[in-house]
Design a protein around this ligand. Structure first.
Ligand SMILES: CC(C)(COP(=O)(O)OP(=O)(O)OC[C@H]1O[C@@H](n2cnc3c(N)ncnc32)[C@H](O)[C@@H]1OP(=O)(O)O)[C@@H](O)C(=O)NCCC(=O)NCCS
Length: 179
């Protein structure tokens, strides 16, 4: 893969787009770290200070430049409602991640953001995308089902909590279903 897309339109949603997180976009990281269930279910630390949120944004920019991971802001009508992205898993595949502010939830925007990312990865020739969910995260499990991920295994998070591994097998970009 040569480089990550800087902006992705969300099919079927005129007002929505995914915009790659830049170093000035620390505020969404700051805000998400204050949403009660985001630190519970993701790698966001709770209650980031501005300094730590800025460092996290810098880290995202560096990871994207290195081709290791891309984090996008999920925007609707110019408002940042969450983040979604993907990072390398092992040396060949990518896994997706996502988190939404409460006002961005419950209307399929997170699902569409993940579908947008998955579609882009498929067009780059990726054939598999992974997802890990901490057991008990039913909102994320429902999203995984909607996107088409299937449960393929179980594991343990770094803190000892059980996780479920999900896999999405993508049709090749030249398949008839590619439109
Ligand atoms: C996981 C998370 C992003 C899911 O957010 P969400 O708002 O439930 O997901 P969506 O935006 O896809 O919304 C889907 C819900 O909106 C409803 N909805 C309304 N209109 C919809 C539409 N046009 N299309 C799809 N769903 C729609 C659906 O019924 C669905 O509700 P359901 O799950 O009860 O069936 C959110 O809960 C979150 O940020 N959690 C904390 C962070 C986290 O867990 N990240 C993942 C770690 S693995």
């Amino acid at each position: 893969m040569e480089s990550f897309a800087h902006e992705l339109e969300v099919p079927g949603r005129e007002d929505a787009r995914l915009r790659i997180l830049g170093r000035d976009d620390w505020r969404i990281e700051y805000d998400l770290s204050r949403v009660a269930d985001v630190p519970t279910w993701t790698m966001y630390a709770p209650d980031l200070t501005e300094e730590l949120a800025r460092a996290r944004a810098e880290h995202n920019v560096a990871a994207s430049a290195a081709g290791v991971a891309a984090r996008y802001i999920v925007e609707e009508a110019g408002t940042a409602l969450g983040t979604a992205g993907f990072g390398m898993r092992g040396d060949r595949d990518f896994e997706v991640f996502y988190a939404m502010k409460p006002e961005g939830r419950g209307r399929g925007l997170a699902t569409d953001a993940v579908l947008t990312i998955v579609g882009w990865l498929r067009r780059q020739g990726e054939q598999r995308v992974w997802l890990s969910t901490l057991d008990g995260n039913t909102a994320s499990e429902r999203l995984a089902d909607r996107v088409g991920f299937v449960r393929v295994g179980a594991g343990v998070h770094t803190d000892g909590r059980p996780i479920t591994e999900w896999l999405l097998t993508l049709p090749t970009a030249s398949a008839p279903s590619d439109r």
